[in-house]
Design a protein around this ligand. Structure first.
Ligand SMILES: CC(=O)N[C@H]1[C@@H](OP(=O)(O)OP(=O)(O)OC[C@H]2O[C@@H](n3ccc(=O)[nH]c3=O)[C@H](O)[C@@H]2O)O[C@H](CO)[C@@H](O)[C@@H]1O
Length: 378
């Protein structure tokens, strides 16, 4: 018999950077989201399993006081030789055991994983507990955490259709292209209020510069070389990343921040153009906010090249332009920025065909359906 007073439990996991955290929040926004409604009606409790020191902890504790946060030990799975790989194996095993006992206590109806190092042991523990697992990959190439958790998942969601053929063939049937869940609240600010928030004037166009959620020092340095020139014509909002603040701060029409939490909505509403890395959440959000973008993807020296592929897909569709970090030149960068500022209408029009912000409610529905089916068959 159906129990109408039953309280279901969702366990969220993922972390390291904000791109592995904010998509969870997106599932709990908006009137069309069944997860948001169930949570509001007290039919669903939300538990987040993250690391002790990753960005996810602060983001959850600050922004979601009604979720329960649990920290577990995490170890990094490096693709290169490092002595830390040996000690980290024990941390991963410990994290797995902690997650296993936690899941036994929490009695989860579903686990939703957004990837990052913390997520793999949680997914493995959930599988052993028989809890259905949904994973989501944001990037155009699957991350290691996704490859390690896909065999244990019930459903694997991807932001880019191009990711599906890159998944192991044995498991491709369980992969579904949905897009990237982004927060509705990111689009709730007006341009005027946002310019006021930054104390910037509306008679100048505004450039938003940021390097993902952690900031990107090498992108910052390149930008510092051209900011004095750009600042003659444009307002600039520059998010430099934690610990990266520089001497030049808040002069003329330049505003510098380490990180914007909920205030990121003002940055998107104020911006006429963004210059940024090509992390998946950043570019999907900018597209949904209809902000033309110039992408400087993180290169192969520091990543598996996921941002290069993300950026190429967006550029091929006409949704973005790319500057290669290795061949970056001040003069040509300034020229590209100026010419883009002179053709904003065209660039914005191109973004009309870009992915919409509807993914969050779709993913929320998929997960809610899994919760109901799992609980009905228990
Ligand atoms: C260096 C690195 O490993 N980068 C990866 C990481 O980046 P990261 O998670 O930083 O990058 P994403 O672009 O995916 O997400 C950034 C998120 O941070 C938010 N934001 C940004 C600045 C700020 O001040 N406040 C704020 O809230 C943005 O709105 C966005 O939601 O995960 C992404 C998703 O798998 C990958 O594509 C990136 O390659």
């Amino acid at each position: 018999m159906k129990d109408n007073n039953k309280r279901y439990v969702i366990v969220l996991t993922g972390g390291g950077t904000a791109g592995h955290v904010w998509p969870h929040f997106a599932l709990f926004e908006g009137e069309k989201s069944p997860l948001a409604n169930a949570f509001r009606e007290n039919k669903l409790s939300v538990h987040y399993i993250g690391s002790q020191s990753g960005m996810e902890k602060d983001l959850v504790l600050i922004n979601q006081p009604n979720w329960t946060y649990h920290s577990v030990a995490t170890g990094k799975l490096r693709r290169y030789f490092s002595l830390k790989n040996f000690s980290d194996i024990f941390k991963i095993i410990f994290g797995f055991l902690q997650a296993f006992f936690l899941l036994g206590k929490i009695k989860a109806s579903v686990v939703f994983s957004k990837g990052g190092f913390v997520s793999a042991p949680v997914v493995w523990a959930a599988w052993l507990r028989g809890v259905p697992i949904v994973i989501h990959e944001s990037d155009a190439t699957p991350a290691l955490a996704t490859k390690l958790t896909l065999p244990f998942s019930f459903l694997a969601l991807v932001a880019f259709a191009e990711t599906i053929p890159k998944m192991p063939p044995l498991f491709q049937k369980r992969v579904k292209h949905v897009g990237l869940p982004i927060r509705e609240s990111l689009f709730s600010a007006s341009k005027n209020d946002s310019l006021k928030f930054f104390n910037l004037e509306s008679n100048k166009k505004t450039i938003l510069i940021f390097g993902g959620s952690l900031g990107a020092q090498s992108l910052n340095n390149k930008m510092f070389n051209i900011i004095p020139e750009l600042n003659k014509q444009f307002n600039i909002i520059h998010i430099v990343g934690k610990g990266n603040k520089s001497e030049i701060m808040n002069v003329n029409h330049y505003r510098q921040y380490e990180f914007l939490n909920q205030e990121m909505k003002y940055a998107y509403a104020a911006a006429d153009l963004a210059i940024c890395r090509a992390g998946a959440s950043s570019i999907f959000e900018l597209a949904a906010a209809r902000v033309p973008m110039i992408l400087v993807p993180l290169g192969l020296h520091a990543s598996r090249g996921d941002q290069i592929v993300n950026a190429r897909i967006f550029t091929n569709q006409g949704w973005a332009q790319i500057i290669d970090e290795n061949t970056f030149q001040n003069e040509s960068a300034i020229q590209l920025i100026e010419s883009t500022m002179n053709s904003l209408d065209e660039r914005k029009k191109a973004l009309d065909s870009s992915p919409s912000a509807q993914t969050a409610s779709k993913v929320s529905e998929l997960i809610w359906d899994i919760i109901l089916r799992y609980e009905a068959n228990k």
